[in-house]
Write a protein that binds this ligand. Sequence first.
Ligand SMILES: [Zn+2]
Ligand SMILES: [Zn+2]
Length: 143
Amino acid sequence: MNDFRPIFGRCQCGTVRFRVDAPAQEMYHCHCSMCRRCHGTLFATYATARREHVVVEQGSDNLETYDSSPDVHRQFCRTCGCHLLLNDDRWPHLQWFTPGTLEEGAHPGHPKDTEKHIFVASKMPWHTLADGLPQFEGFQEDV
Ligand SMILES: [Zn+2]
Ligand SMILES: [Zn+2]
């Protein structure tokens, strides 16, 4: 996207604000039990960018980190509990961020064909996916 301009996100209470300086590389909806419980939702949506392209502009000292597994570090606002960022030591050049926290109408810029559901093997069985996006049993395995 040549016309990409920085996009901005923030937590619910507004204490933590971040900026993304390049289009996201991909976006996925993760149904793993850790994402479901950490977010309190049926799945969590994350986009990825290179780490240097995601900048916390305000409130970094209000970010709390929870390690949901030894490699995975989830960052959320200590005040309002909003999940904003995730790092995974296995991909040290990548920064995950939650596109649901972007300013109204902002598009993360990911190529449309990268959007998918992952870890659907852990999906709530009564939850039907009907958006036509590709589904993967694990991180990248085909169902
Ligand atoms: Zn907050
Ligand atoms: Zn997950």
